[in-house]
Design a protein around this ligand. Structure first.
Ligand code: SF4
Length: 270
């Protein structure tokens, strides 16, 4: 197990409602004070890389405080986001100490994004939004790593052509911004909406292996990584309420409560 890297799911709040989402809805985000204590514990554990995630991490009001402190401690800061809260005015500030930003994006097509719930009340297609802010990110931060994550779900026609739309869009529109990696992640019914929509979205093993074979063969001009949930086993996760968890066979077990001792039992939420 790599104990130098954790994924910190700071909040379960999100401004989208993807039908396959498995964010942790039963836990509340913690106050800045509590999360600074959790960060101290991670620093003392020797963590060298934190991936801030959610929900949507930019909905947590003190994300930048945590990133700044982690950066000062020499920790690499990664963010996984739907990108919708980054704009021309705030991009420079939000990403100042971010080493890698990963956009979650499943399709360039508005109709598909709306159907799966990957859209905000502003009615802007998230793919168009991402395409528009990528050059700005590159302008301000030439060295930042940019990844794209796509969740692949069951296609009743067994064609998975949405991945073709996506790869075309990356090739024609996005690659010029120096994309580091495109990760295709198999739908996994861990909890929440993902669990209740299991029958609608689950992909059989052999079908997934076909997808993996087809898309990883495109590796060359772009790194494409096709992943099963088991590929991320043993990862360390910090949940919104501060539990350090380890994933195993797609399940998570609690290792320790990272909240500062004085706060345990009387948590303050944001
Ligand atoms: S998958 Fe990501 S963007 Fe979609 S609802 Fe869940 S947290 Fe929000």
């Amino acid at each position: 197990m790599d104990t130098t890297s954790v994924c910190w799911n700071l909040t379960s709040a999100c401004n989208m409602s993807c039908q396959y989402c498995f964010r942790e809805l039963s836990e509340s985000a913690q106050s800045l004070e509590v999360n600074l204590g959790i960060l101290d514990n991670l620093i003392n554990m020797g963590v060298k890389r934190i991936t801030f995630s959610g929900g949507e991490p930019f909905m947590y009001p003190y994300l930048l405080d945590l990133i700044n402190k982690a950066h000062e401690a020499g920790i690499k800061c990664y963010v996984v986001t739907n990108g919708s809260l980054i704009n021309e005015e705030n991009v420079q500030t939000l990403l100042e100490h971010v080493d890698k930003i990963t956009f979650s994006c499943d399709s360039p097509r508005e109709i598909v994004n709306e159907t799966i719930g990957r859209s905000t009340s502003r009615g802007v297609n998230p793919y168009d939004h991402m395409r528009n802010i990528l050059p700005l990110i590159r302008y301000y931060y030439p060295d930042i790593l940019i990844d794209i994550n796509t969740v692949v779900t069951y296609d009743p026609n067994h064609e998975y052509r949405e991945l073709d739309y996506m790869i075309e869009a990356i090739r024609n529109d996005l690659l010029k911004n120096n994309i580091n990696k495109w990760k295709i992640i198999r739908f996994y019914p861990l909890r929440g909406k993902a669990l209740s929509n299991k029958d609608r979205f689950s992909i059989e093993n052999d079908e997934f292996l076909e997808i993996k074979k087809e898309y990883e063969s495109e590796n060359g001009y772009l790194t494409i990584d096709v992943r099963n949930i088991k590929d991320i086993d043993n990862n360390l996760i910090v949940s919104p309420c501060g539990y350090l968890k380890q994933s195993l066979n797609g399940e998570e077990k609690i290792l320790v409560d990272l909240k500062p001792a004085v706060r345990k039992g009387r948590e303050r939420h944001v």
